[in-house]
Design a protein around this ligand. Structure first.
Ligand SMILES: Cc1ncc(C[n+]2csc(CCOP(=O)(O)OP(=O)(O)O)c2C)c(N)n1
Ligand SMILES: [Mg+2]
Length: 326
C-alpha cells in the first residue's frame, strides 16, 4: 500500500463517522417514544454500506470542484467536509441546519463546500450537473463536477439528456454510477437491458471509465483521481462503482433485510472492515489502537451533532419567507 498512513486514517475516520451518523439517524427516526422522534417525514435514506464510494471519490476532488447527488446525501455531505452538527440540525428541521431546516434529510446542500445537494426527483440533478460543468468549460476554469447517479436513475430521460449534452460540449464532469444492485426494490437486471451500466458511455461517445470495486476506498480514490485528470483535459467520463446498501431504500422498506445471503457477502467485504484490515496489514498491529480511538471519536462527534440539533432553535415565522424566489 503506497498511500500515506495519515490519509488512510482520515478516510477511515470519515467512513466510521458516516456509519455512526446514519445509525443514530435511524435510531432517532424509530425512537420508541414519539417525543424522541426528532427526525420526521416519510423518508430517510441512509448511506450504510456505500461509504467507500463517497469517501474515496470526494478525497480525489479539489476544493474548487463541485458535487451533486440524489437523496442519499448525508454521507456525501460529511465526506465533503460539511459539519455533521449542521446536517443533523437540518434533519431535525432546525434553523441552524445547512438549509435552514427547510430542506430536511434529502436536501443537504452547502454552497461554501460546492455541495449542491440533495435532490429527491430521481435523475433530476443530472441536468444540473451538466449546467454546472458547462460554466467551468465556458470560462475555462480548473473545476470538475462530480455527479453521483443511482443505478435506478440510469433509465430515465434526464440521464440521456444530461450525459449526451455533456459529451457534445466535452464538459469536465465525472458521472459516477453507484450500482448498489437495486433501484428501490427493483434489481438492475429487471430494469436494464445492458446491466454493465458503465457501457452506456459508448452510446454517448464519452470515455468509459469501467467498473470499479466500490467497497474499497483506495480503489475508488485512484479511479476518481485519474477521472478528474481526464475530465479536465478531454471531457466527461462515466464510471460504475459496485457497492451495496445495508438498509432498505428508505425507512419504510423492510424487504432489503430479507436478502440475507447477498447482504452477508457484501458485509464480508464491508468498506470499514476492509480498510482497517488493509491498514493493519500495511502498518502492523500498532495501528489497531489508533483505529479504536478514531472509532470512539467519531461516536462522540455524532453525540455532539445530536446535542447541537436538540439545543438549536426552530425556524421562525419570518424564516418561512426567506430564500423564496418569485
Ligand atoms: C422521477 C422519479 N420517479 C420515481 C421516484 C420514486 N423513487 C425514489 S427512489 C427510486 C429508485 C432510485 O434508485 P437508485 O437510483 O438506484 O438509488 P438508491 O436508492 O439505490 O440509492 C424511485 C423509483 C422519484 N423519486 N422520482
Ligand atoms: Mg440503487
Amino acid at each position: 500500500m503506497t498511500l500515506p498512513r495519515e490519509k488512510l486514517l482520515e478516510w477511515y475516520h470519515q467512513m466510521v463517522l458516516i456509519r455512526h451518523f446514519e445509525e443514530r439517524s435511524l435510531d432517532i427516526y424509530h425512537a420508541p417514544k414519539p417525543e424522541d422522534r426528532h427526525i420526521g417525514g416519510v423518508y430517510l435514506h441512509v448511506y450504510n454500506g456505500q461509504e467507500a464510494t463517497g469517501v474515496g471519490a470526494l478525497a480525489a476532488l479539489k476544493p474548487q470542484d463541485h458535487v451533486i447527488t440524489a437523496y442519499r446525501d448525508h454521507g456525501i455531505a460529511i465526506a465533503r467536509g460539511v459539519d455533521p452538527k449542521r446536517i443533523m440540525a437540518e434533519m431535525f428541521g432546525k434553523k441552524t441546519g445547512v438549509s435552514g431546516g427547510k430542506g430536511g434529510s434529502m436536501h443537504i446542500a452547502s454552497a461554501e463546500h460546492r455541495m449542491w445537494g440533495g435532490y429527491a426527483i430521481v435523475g433530476g440533478h443530472l441536468p444540473l450537473a451538466t449546467g454546472i460543468a458547462m460554466k467551468a468549460r465556458y470560462m475555462d476554469l480548473d473545476e470538475v463536477t462530480l455527479s453521483f447517479i443511482g443505478d435506478g436513475a440510469t433509465n430515465n430521460g434526464y440521464f440521456h439528456e444530461a450525459l449526451n449534452m455533456s459529451a457534445v460540449w466535452k464538459l469536465p464532469v465525472i458521472w459516477l454510477i453507484e450500482n448498489n444492485l437495486y433501484g428501490m426494490g427493483t434489481a438492475v437486471e429487471d430494469a436494464s437491458g445492458q446491466v454493465a451500466l458503465h457501457k452506456r458511455a459508448i452510446a454517448y461517445g464519452m470515455e468509459d471509465g469501467g467498473r470499479i470495486d466500490g467497497m474499497d476506498v483506495t480503489v475508488v480514490y485512484d479511479a476518481i483521481t485519474q477521472a478528474r485528470e481526464y475530465a479536465i483535459k478531454h471531457g466527461p467520463i462515466l464510471i460504475e462503482s459496485m457497492t451495496y446498501r445495508y438498509e432498505g431504500h428508505g425507512v419504510s422498506d423492510k424487504v432489503a433485510k430479507e436478502r440475507k445471503d447477498e447482504m452477508a457477502k457484501f458485509q464480508d467485504r464491508d468498506p470499514i472492515k476492509l480498510l482497517a484490515q488493509q491498514m493493519h496489514d500495511a502498518f502492523g498491529a500498532g495501528i489497531d489502537d489508533e483505529i479504536k480511538r478514531i472509532d470512539a471519536q467519531a461516536l462522540r462527534e455524532v453525540d455532539e451533532s445530536v446535542q447541537f440539533a436538540l439545543e438549536s432553535p426552530d425556524p421562525t415565522y419570518a424564516d418561512l419567507f426567506s430564500n423564496i424566489y418569485a
